[in-house]
Design a protein around this ligand. Structure first.
Ligand code: ZN
Length: 242
């Protein structure tokens, strides 16, 4: 089975379309989405519709829950809170219904999926070795998939030692018999210094993980953010991917 893993789309339709074009060229058996379909960006309805149609598994992220009203927007940074309120105002019924059905974690054959982390599926960022080790300790599946940090990651415990880390474009991981914690990175708002949209291709039979990046029309998303009246920084940061 081959699976495309996507996460943290954040209403960036142009990034999502570019990723799905690359995904479709690989013809995987399934698409799994680790959450944060909405928030920050200008095209929430379209992103919800596409993910609803395409993803076999889809989690709720903290931004999805914030828009839904299931987490308090006071927990968000000011720009994120402004975008969540804007999203609430424009989201149509179908997208609201879709977001309303999502959960922040899921389990499937050979993999445990969390938007953020096993300890806290909604909020905890896995950005340190300590957090990665704790995530592997708290789980049992061969593969643990997380999003939320917007930083692609491949971490394992090899002969008792934590190994791996940031997984930039082109990283190929042979999963072997080890357990792995993988983060595909972010489709719609990358934060690892590479502005291109990120996704992950898993070949579960061959035991291979491929970290991919794809160019998209950043300027078009930035123009839509300005037109929507969303905080300007949410567009500007897309140029640097930081
Ligand atoms: Zn996110």
């Amino acid at each position: 089975m081959r699976v495309a893993v996507i996460s943290d789309i954040h209403s960036n339709l142009h990034a999502l379309e570019a990723v799905l074009e690359a995904v479709d060229r690989e013809q995987p058996d399934a698409i799994w989405c680790l959450g944060d379909i909405v928030g920050y960006g200008p095209r929430p309805d379209e992103c919800c519709r596409i993910v609803e149609e395409r993803a076999a598994i889809c989690l709720a992220g903290n931004h999805d829950l914030g828009v839904r009203g299931d987490v308090d927007i006071d927990n968000f940074a000011p720009d994120a809170a402004a975008a969540a309120l804007w999203t609430r105002g424009v989201l149509r019924d179908r997208a609201n219904g879709f977001l309303g059905r999502l959960e922040p974690s899921a389990e499937t054959d050979g993999a445990q999926l969390f938007h953020a982390s096993p300890r806290d599926p909604v909020w905890e960022y896995i950005l340190t070795d300590q957090a990665a080790a704790a995530a592997l300790e708290a789980t049992t599946a061969p593969l643990v998939l997380v999003g939320h940090s917007h930083v692609p990651l491949a971490v394992t415990v090899d002969e008792g030692e934590l190994a791996g880390g940031h997984a930039p474009a082109g990283t190929e991981v042979s999963l072997g018999d080890n357990r792995w914690l993988l983060n595909p990175g972010s489709v719609g708002q990358p934060r690892d210094g590479d502005a291109r949209a990120a996704w992950l291709l898993l070949d579960l039979d061959a035991g291979q993980a491929s970290f991919r990046r794809v160019d998209y029309a950043i300027a078009e998303t930035q123009a839509e953010i300005r037109e929507a009246g969303l905080p300007a920084i949410l567009g500007e940061r897309l140029s640097s991917g930081a």
